[in-house]
Design a protein around this ligand. Structure first.
Ligand SMILES: Cc1cn([C@H]2C[C@H](O)[C@@H](COP(=O)(O)OP(=O)(O)OP(=O)(O)O)O2)c(=O)[nH]c1=O
Length: 213
């Protein structure tokens, strides 16, 4: 949405999907500053704990960067991290076809969980977070379906080696919870976290700039 009202918000993300989801609810962040972190899970870390820790670390890293720059210091920082898990097993963000193939093998015909950690860092330094869980079940994939999906390349850079917003949508038998949470940003929970940080999302909808002439 190109006419979303710009708000004093930094989206700490390089993900075009997160930006599009935020804009979908009428929020256009003033700045995009990705946080580049090591996303390796700690030994024994649960998927929920990992998504929470990484979202908080991304928000904190960008907050520290913003504090040193007068034009950014007043902005709220929003960060997110999405993790896909089969039980306690954390699936990688697939970067190679072998990783993607292994992910598809684990997901085929089974249920899995997608966790997105959200974190907001306020100009004063306080940090708040939420963790959102969605349950997804894939159909049992034939070898041909798996090969065709791998050939599409859509798995690259995606947690769990798939993108529900693309071809893999055809694999989803059941989804319980938030769909945008799987894509990378749960919208209801983002709006409520932002509202707690003083950014009233629905008030942005009433911005006169958005009314038809
Ligand atoms: C499961 C799933 C994940 N994904 C994406 C969302 C995230 O971009 C990515 C998980 O990696 P993340 O580390 O959460 O995000 P990112 O590195 O892409 O972006 P940034 O840290 O800068 O915000 O997987 C989809 O797009 N669709 C899906 O169905």
């Amino acid at each position: 949405m190109s006419d979303a009202a710009q708000v004093p918000l930094i989206l700490a993300s390089a993900s075009p999907r997160r930006l599009a989801l935020l804009q979908q609810i009428g929020v256009d962040p003033r700045h995009l500053i990705p946080a580049d972190l090591d996303e390796t899970p700690l030994r024994g870390e649960s998927p929920r704990a990992l998504a929470t820790r990484l979202a908080r670390s991304k928000a904190r890293a960008v907050r520290e960067q913003a504090n040193g720059q007068p034009e950014l210091a007043d902005c709220v920082v929003l960060a997110a991290d999405t993790v896909v898990a089969v039980g306690r097993r954390i699936l990688p963000k697939a970067e190679t076809i072998d990783q993607a193939e292994a992910c598809l093998g684990l997901l085929s015909g089974r249920g899995h969980r997608v966790y997105t950690g959200l974190a907001v860092a306020l100009p004063g330094g306080s940090l708040r977070h939420k963790i959102v869980e969605t349950r997804v079940r894939f159909k049992k994939l034939s070898r041909q379906e798996g090969d065709d999906y791998l050939a599409s390349g859509e798995w690259r850079g995606k947690a769990g080696g798939y993108a529900i917003q693309g071809l893999a949508g055809a694999f989803v038998v059941k989804l319980t919870g938030s769909y945008p949470n799987v894509v990378g940003l749960p919208l209801y929970e983002t709006a409520s976290l932002l509202s707690g940080a003083g950014i009233d999302v629905r008030a942005l909808w009433r911005d006169p700039l958005r009314l038809p002439a």
